[in-house]
Every structure is written in C-alpha cells, then in structure tokens.
Design a protein around this ligand. Structure first.
Ligand code: NAD
Length: 503
C-alpha cells in the first residue's frame, strides 16, 4: 500500500462519520439539522464526489443560534479570565491531539495539499494558546490622573459576535477569529463557507469536549445570502468578524448598517512581490514561487503579481516558469503534492476563465495555462509574462496558482505599479540595499510588508489590509480591541468645585 493509499483509507474513516449523519448545525451544545430540513452537498474537489449533506440553514436557524449565544453570554463573559484561559488551553491541546483528523478532513473538503494542511491544525492550536494567555489581562486598562480627577479605563466583552469565514484554510482562519473572541469573553455564532463546512463542526465538538460551555460557540451552516445575511442583520449580534471577498465585505457593511454593527474585515489581495536586481536571486525565486503556488494560490496573502527589475526580468521569469512546470499537482493526500485541486468547479471555472482573459489581453502564458486531467478541479501552476498593470490579470484577484509578471525600470516605477491596484493587503520586497528597502516600505500601500522574506506570521504583530483589502487588524492586542468595548470611569481626587448654573 502506498502512502497515498494509506492516507485515503484513513480519510475515508473520518469522512464516514460525516456521510452517516451529515454536517449538522451546532446550537446550544446540540447537533441539529436545519429547521426546514433542507440540505446541500459538500463535494470533494478531487473527483466531485459528494462527501456529505450539509444543513442548509435559514433565518430561523440563525435566530436559534443567536438566542443560544445571547443566553450563554452572561455566564461566559463573567467567567474569570484565568478560567477562560484554562478552558481555551484545553481546546488547543485537543486540537493538537486531533491534528491528523482535522488535516485529512480539510484536505478532502478543500483540495489543499496535506504538506501545508498538516500545519493548519497546529497553527489553529497556536492561535488558541496565544489568545488564551491574554484572557486573564484582557479587561485591564490604564489609569490617568489630572489634579482633580482619576480616570480608569477598562475593557468589557462586546457581546455575542458573528464570525463569517471563507473556504481557503477554513480551520486555521476560523480559529484566528473564534479564539480571541472567546478569550475576550464573547460568545460566537460561526457561519462557515458553504464550500468547506466540515472542520467548523469538528472545532465546536472538540471545544465542547475540552470544556467550553454549551451555547458559547455555535455553528450555523448555509448560504451567504441567506444564513450569512441574517447573522449580519441580527440585532443581538454586536459585531461581525468577516474574512472573504471585498465585494462581500461591502454587502455585509450595508446589511449591518441598520443595527450599527461593528465590523472587522479581512478581504482580498493582489499582492506584489518586487524583485530588484541587487537581491539574492535564488532566495527571491524560492519565495516568489512559494507564495503563489503553495496552498493552491488560494491564499489572501499570495504574491500574485511579480514585479521584476527589467535588467533581470527575462532570466528571473524563466526560472519561475521552470519551477512552475516542475511542481507536482496531484491528490491532496499525497505527501509529494504541492498543488491540489481547486476548491470547487465554480471556482475552477473562474480561474480557468483568466487563461482566456490573458490570451485576449495579449499576455504570454510562460507556464501552465490550462486544466489538468478530465476529473477533478486540477489546474496547472501558471505564469503570465508580457503583462501590463492595466490588464485584468494584473488587477483582479484570481485566487489560484496563477502569477502575473510585469517588468519595471526603477524604484519609482516599481512603487507606482505596486500601488496602482484597489487592494493593499501584503507586499514582498527583495533588495539588498537597506536604504532602498526603507524608501520603498515607506511608500508601499499594504497593511503588511515582508523584506527579503516570504510571509512568516508572528501572532503578536498586526495582520490586515489597507484600501479594499480590509478594515481592522488581527493579532496581538488588536483582536481584543475589536471584541471588547473600552470604557472610562472618572473619579474626583478631591472635593472640587462643581459649576453652579442658574443662580
Ligand atoms: P466570499 O466573500 O464569497 O465568502 C466568504 C463568506 O461570506 C462565506 O461564508 C459566505 O457564505 C459568506 N457570505 C457571502 N455572501 C454573504 C452575505 N451577503 N452576507 C453574509 N455573508 C455572506 O469569499 P470566499 O470566496 O469564500 O473566499 C475567498 C476570499 O476570501 C478571497 O477574496 C480572499 O482573498 C479572501 N480572504 C482574505 C483573507 C485575509 O486575511 N485578508 C484571508 C483568507 C481569504
């Protein structure tokens, strides 16, 4: 038996549990179908087989989940931070203990390769640990004194919150939101993406087995325009943490406006990797290819635009094309696989459509540019050259293993190309000139920049985008600021003179 066969057999065991019962909602500690009884399929993008039936919820299911979150809020928000920390650390330990199950499930449901997904559960556990450790001090603030007053600030959990997540690395991404929300003392209703519902259900089960009280975390499956929409409109939901497309973010902002929802948005990107001719070229080739071809290119921080100095453009892009052609595309559970199938035929069609767009726009397809095989959503790692910044392939988020290369002359042109997009999530810069790195990073329009490095996440640092890439920051204390309200109480330091009016 090959390792792949062995892994598929293992995955089938994990899938069987879902196939039998379906992917149900999880409300107030119980697994329940949608009240209407409606279901939808979740498919495996390897071959299109239906993995399970998923509850297709309506407004009434969301209302039930919100009622549970509301009922659980007084108890959870008053649980001492040290106690919340203990429970959340247990959740982290339970995630680690079931890392294989989570990784295999995620591979089957999303098509992401095991070599990356095996770390997703571990990173999810790390998120729980990191935010758990801050729970005991989350309410702390500052004391400021004037000659007459003493001001004390502190924070309180905002209330029940909605978390709406996309289908790329769904487990890890949801823990980024759910862990700090729970650590803050909020209760949560999570609406996972319809293409990848399986690990959200696992997370809530794991969390409750580890001691999270029922009703503190609830999961409602369903479509964005029905279940998601209701969650954003619900008057008892105080805030929405959303990760997904920029245009969905706009819709959520409008939907939440009548109830004055606080929103936190992590949206799309069209992130440049900028390579100057003084850079360490070998490392830059590795980093540029890693950041677009890992995780199927279905990654918000992917380096989807390659801006290369004209002096090295042809040699550099030739090397990238070589790497793209050598990358192993295959079954996500094959340990050798780098690029697995894209999430769903609908998304595959979108990615494939950009190959026609590139041809029509006059770009050159230097590698890839097509579907692989008849069955499943397999797309070849692709490089477009001969592109200009005004082309759709340079402006729109393709969200697949597809890279668009554009040459530049000097710093000024590199900056202008890099910034001339709607998005502003991440930017990667390769140069060995320190002064140039400082000049460039001073003017790049991106929430996160990495110099001579691929994306390496450090949880105490802020994660988020500018322009159409988002509102708000995750990580460090920024997460707590979103899930908590800061209040100030002022006391007199002495009997001071109160102004007398009217007499
Ligand atoms: P999407 O916006 O289509 O869907 C995301 C979620 O929103 C899903 O759960 C969906 O059901 C829900 N939704 C859709 N319409 C809704 C509505 N009207 N009201 C409420 N909820 C609604 O995004 P996707 O295609 O699932 O994910 C890919 C996108 O996510 C890409 O643009 C990617 O860049 C982005 N993303 C961003 C980050 C980041 O940190 N910036 C991270 C990962 C993914």
């Amino acid at each position: 038996m090959s390792v792949l066969d062995d892994n598929i057999a293992k995955a089938q065991v994990y899938m069987a549990a879902f196939a039998a019962g379906g992917v149900l909602n999880h409300i107030d500690g119980a697994s329940v179908p949608a009240l209407s009884g409606k279901t939808m399929d979740t498919i495996c993008p390897v071959d299109g087989t239906v993995l399970a039936q998923v509850a297709m919820s309506g407004a009434e299911d969301v209302d039930a989940a919100v009622a549970a979150a509301r009922a659980a809020f007084p108890g959870w928000s008053k649980t001492p931070g040290a106690e919340r920390r203990k429970i959340l650390i247990k959740v982290a330990e339970a995630i680690e203990a079931r890392a294989d199950e989570i990784a295999f499930t995620e591979c089957m449901d999303t098509g992401q390769a095991l070599r990356f997904m095996s770390k997703a559960a571990i990173r999810g556990a790390a998120n729980f640990r990191f935010f758990a450790d801050q729970a005991p001090g989350a309410e702390d603030g500052t004391v400021t004194r004037t000659p007459t007053q003493m001001n004390t600030t502190s924070r309180r959990p905002i209330g029940p919150v909605g978390v709406i997540t996309p289908w790329n690395t769904p487990f890890m991404l949801s823990t980024w939101k759910i862990a700090p929300a729970l650590a803050s003392g909020c209760t949560v209703v999570h609406k996972p993406a319809e293409f990848s519902p399986m690990t959200a259900k696992k997370l809530v089960e794991i969390a409750e087995e580890a001691g999270l009280p029922k009703g503190v975390l609830n999961v409602v499956n369903g479509l964005g325009e029905t279940a998601g929409k209701r969650l954003t409109e619900h008057p008892d939901i105080r805030a929405i943490a959303f990760v997904g497309e920029s245009r969905t973010g706009s819709m959520i902002m409008a939907q939440g406006a009548p109830t004055l929802k606080r929103v936190h948005f992590e949206l799309g990107g069209k992130n440049p990797v900028i390579v100057f001719d003084d850079a360490d070229i070998d490392r830059a080739v590795d980093a540029a290819t890693f950041m677009i071809y890992s995780l199927n290119g279905e990654r918000c921080t992917s380096s989807s635009r390659l801006l290369v100095q004209d002096t090295i453009h042809d040699a550099f892009t030739a090397r990238v094309a070589e790497v793209a052609k050598r990358i192993k595309v295959g079954h996500p559970l094959d340990p050798e696989t780098v690029v697995g199938p894209l999430i769903h035929p609908v998304h595959e069609e979108k990615v494939l459509s950009y190959f026609d767009t590139a041809r029509a726009e006059g770009a050159t397809i230097a590698a890839g540019g097509g579907k692989i095989g008849e069955k499943g959503c397999f797309v070849a790692p692709t490089l477009f050259t001969g592109a200009t910044n005004t082309m759709k392939i340079a402006q729109e988020e393709i969200f697949g293993p597809v890279l668009t290369a554009i040459p530049f002359r000097d710093e000024e042109e590199a900056l202008s190309l890099a910034n001339d997009v709607d998005y502003g999530l991440a930017a990667y810069l390769w140069t060995n000139d320190l002064n140039r790195a400082i000049r460039m990073t001073d003017h790049l329009e991106a929430g996160m920049m990495w110099v001579n490095s691929e994306n390496i996440r450090h949880l105490p640092t802020p994660f988020g985008g500018v322009k159409a890439s988002g509102i708000g920051r995750d990580g460090g204390d920024w997460s707590f600021d979103f899930y908590m309200e800061t209040v100030n109480v002022s006391f007199p330091r002495a009997i001071h003179k109160v102004p007398k009016l009217g007499g």
